[in-house]
Design a protein around this ligand. Sequence first.
Ligand code: FE2
Ligand code: FE2
Length: 472
Amino acid sequence: MAGIDYTERIPNNVSLHENRRLQRALEDWQPKFLEWWQDMGPNGYQAKDVYLRTAISVDAQGWAHFGYVRMPEYRWGIFLAEPEQGRQVNFGDHKGQSAWQEVPGEYRGTLRRLIVTQGDTEPASVEQQRHLGRTCPSLYDLRNLFQVNVEEGRHLWAMVYLLDAHFGRDGREESEALLQRRSGDVDKPRILGAFNEKTPDWLSFFMFCFFTDRDGKYQLASLAESGFDPLSQTCRFMLTEEAHHMFVGEAGIMRIVQRACELMREHKTDDLRKHGGIDLRTMQRYLNFHCSVSLDLFGSEISTNAANFYTAGLKGRFEETKKQDDHLLKEATYGVAELDGDRIVMREEPALVSLNERLRDDYVADCARGVARWNEVIRKHGIDFELKLPHRAFHRAIGSFAEARVAPDGRVISQAEWDAKHHEWLPTEEDKAYIQSLMVPVTEPGKFANWIAPPARGINGQPVDFEYVRLA
Ligand SMILES: [Fe+2]
Ligand SMILES: [Fe+2]
């Protein structure tokens, strides 16, 4: 595959100049994207130099170049992972056929919907985060926010490329619509619930990167298994960018935990509000909220759509090709948690309709590994407290638990108990006001807000007190 061509108006490694029709469609979309970025991208920082990484090749080793860039001049483009020679459809009814280079006619509508749903989350998160720059806890964090933002912008480019290259006029209309919906807008909301929630503060931002971007990782990983090869190649490269977003989330929370522990030991109290820290109980409530809204993104536990995507060869399981089974799943079953009166029980369900739940299981296990690393920090400080993932049935709006009231420990409870206790489990207005009161910008190189510890190291070998964003 050709390297990335930066001499073109749209950087790409797909030989865009050989496809005039596509090139024109994308060049027509580019100014509309930039207009959206100016209107809905990071508020107040469009003219600042930011120390950003840009893709220079698509292999897992050194794909990145670091340097100062103004965000509107970021070289957004179209980067696909290397093609796999002789790749096949690896699951479902078409298993063993050559992977499709063109959209199979019978799956056109379904595939378009999958791509649009994924694509919609990318600009949505930029919109959700657009005011955070004004309250950054440090220049280091400000730069990380902007890196995430420009890469979500590039993820939008990745999905628009697929729509424009493979779906004709419908695809071009969808590409425009992706720039017209707005996160949280009553008339034109983003497609998925979690992407219409506010991200009003940095605790929410880090939780969002940890929980909601991780949903992105699992969706992209299962689309990377797709029999539609261009989708697979696109998602494989997006996953390398996604890894950084989850690092930002996990490390951000870890630094807040670290600071909380330091303050607890220094002041011999777990009430940190007098001391300007974020106590662990408040963090637990934010964790409960972001985890539960992200769990909803996987969809209903029992889903014929999920079964159809799989049988059609469009969306696989996480690490599909590493699994040792028939990759058809017609006879297989899978254990699914279900509500049975006032108890939650495990039942064996047909594996095909349980694929959403299976992906959610992979996701929960991954989240648990991150939470264990946070708890390690608490343990090392000799503090007797553990952050916990809430039960998957807690505070759900989608699927079989949506109608139930469930405590974070998995007990099915009455409405009365929920009303009496939910303020212990989810962020309260008081919590939100307190967190908001901490959101005072810190922009001197090497300085950090009092509620978060500095990172162990800087970006790309630079010192922690490097001028990651030039504000002057
Ligand atoms: Fe993304
Ligand atoms: Fe992301």
